[in-house]
Design a protein around this ligand. Structure first.
Ligand SMILES: O=c1[nH]c(=O)c2[nH]c(=O)[nH]c2[nH]1
Length: 290
């Protein structure tokens, strides 16, 4: 029997970077959370503590800040710059993975117009990307997280399998609420990333709103299908949509009816609905999801 070192990587997690573009009096903020990871021959460090191949996580963090000096651009482009740099930095580094979350900031409205240099955080939603470079090949999975949506009607849930533990009442009119995490794998690495993000986000929202839902699973599939139909450059989309349950409160003890208006918004447990929708002729994913 032999004990062997398996896949390994190391990097700096959650480098918080804010770039202020001051090139005009109307400043622009880019607020990022960047995580790096290097792949390659790091066996000696693991097996004997020989650090000669270690490109320190501290230097990786410094590189993230240095590369932001002249602007960041779209997060996918920033990720590609970093990943390609790290992969070529030393001969034994064969690949790297850059994960970026971007937080949105809105201009504070003052006197009816957005302020030049005062902002309010746009909420919990993040734009995301994971850029993986493996030798000369680049793989990009972009997405969004923390997009909380709710519809107050247009959702039913009935016809499910039952057993002795099933107590859930069937409904033809319920609240449907979820927090969307969507990740889409792109074919190639040369896209108008900002435009693509805006378009996919709009499709996800419009489809959530307009589909008459018979199950969150059906809504998830339809949202994914619409993205794939509109965007040939998207090979595959993975969605996670927790069912944020809204339970009708029993008001009878207080002598009141409840005509589908008063709900208890439970935070846990929640239904965890996840799915992948893909083209059957999509390019192989390679290490895109690793
Ligand atoms: O849309 C739903 N899908 C389910 O799988 C499920 N399960 C459940 O209890 N409620 C719901 N709602």
């Amino acid at each position: 029997m032999a004990i062997v070192l398996g896949p390994n990587q190391f990097g700096k997690a959650e480098v918080r970077l804010v770039h202020v573009d001051r090139s005009t009096p109307v400043h622009r903020i880019t607020d990022l959370n960047v995580s790096t990871a290097l792949r390659g021959d790091f066996a000696a460090a693991h097996l004997t503590g020989d650090n000669a191949h270690i490109h320190t996580t501290d230097a990786q963090k410094n590189t993230v800040y240095a590369f932001a000096r002249d602007g960041v651009g779209e997060i996918e482009e920033f990720g590609l710059r970093l990943a390609r740099h790290f992969t070529g930095a030393f001969g034994w580094i064969t690949g790297s993975r850059i994960e970026i979350e971007q937080y949105g900031w809105d201009r504070i409205p003052v006197g009816g117009a957005g302020h030049d240099h005062a902002f309010s955080r746009a909420g919990a939603e993040r734009r995301t990307t994971v850029v993986t470079v493996d030798g000369d090949d680049a793989y990009i999975v972009s997405g969004l997280a923390g997009l909380v949506v709710l519809k107050s009607t247009g959702s039913e849930f009935w016809g499910y399998a039952t057993d002795r533990y099933t107590t859930l009442a069937e409904t033809t009119d319920r609240i449907l609420a979820t927090e969307v995490t969507a990740r889409w794998r792109l074919t190639g690495a040369d896209h108008d990333y900002g435009k693509l993000f805006t378009s996919i986000r709009t499709i996800l929202l419009e489809t959530f709103a307009s589909v008459h839902s018979l199950a969150l699973q059906q809504t998830l599939y339809k949202m994914s299908e619409e993205v794939l139909t509109a965007h040939p450059e998207v090979a595959e989309i993975r969605m996670s949509m927790p069912n944020k349950h809204h339970f009708l409160v029993d008001l009878e003890p207080y002598g009141l009816d409840n005509p589908n208006t008063v709900f208890y918004a439970a935070d846990r447990p929640y239904g965890k609905i996840e799915g992948t929708v893909t083209r059957d002729d999509a390019d192989p994913a390679g290490p895109a999801w690793l």
